[in-house]
Design a protein around this ligand. Structure first.
Ligand SMILES: [Zn+2]
Ligand SMILES: [Zn+2]
Length: 119
C-alpha cells in the first residue's frame, strides 16, 4: 500500500479560499484534521441552515478573512474541518462566528449548523 496522501487534489479543489492558496500558504499551517474527528456520527446532525447540505469529516475550510461576514482579522490560512473544532481555527485560535456552505456558498452562523436533537 502506498502512503495515503493527507490531501488529494480533489479535496484541495473543494477548499474555499482558493485565492489564499494561490498566494502559497506554508504547508506547516495545513492542519491534520483527521485526528480531531473521533466520530462521523457527529456530522450527521450538522447541515447547512440554507440548503441542508451536510458536511462530512473530509470537508475542509480555510482560515481566510475575505468575502466573509466575519469582522476582518487577517486570517492565518490554516485549512481544517471547522466542525471538528466548532469553528475555532487551529492555526490562530480565531473563533469563527460564520461558516460558509460548500454547496450553496451561503454564510450562516456556525451555531445554526447544528441541528437540535428534537429537530
Ligand atoms: Zn486562523
Ligand atoms: Zn448551503
Amino acid at each position: 500500500m502506498p502512503h495515503a496522501a493527507e490531501f488529494t487534489p480533489i479535496t484541495i479543489s473543494l477548499i474555499m479560499g482558493l485565492e489564499l492558496l494561490r498566494k502559497g500558504p506554508s504547508p506547516d499551517i495545513v492542519i491534520a484534521w483527521k485526528a480531531a474527528i473521533d466520530e462521523d456520527d457527529a456530522f450527521s446532525r450538522i447541515r447547512c441552515p440554507l440548503c441542508s447540505w451536510q458536511p462530512s469529516a473530509s470537508s475542509l475550510w480555510a482560515c481566510a478573512s475575505f468575502g466573509t461576514p466575519e469582522p476582518y482579522f487577517g486570517g492565518c490560512g490554516a485549512i481544517w474541518n471547522t466542525f471538528a473544532t466548532r469553528g475555532k481555527c487551529p492555526g490562530c485560535d480565531h473563533q469563527w462566528q460564520w461558516t460558509s456552505c460548500h454547496r450553496c456558498e451561503g454564510w450562516s452562523r456556525h451555531a445554526d449548523w447544528y441541528a437540535t436533537e428534537r429537530g
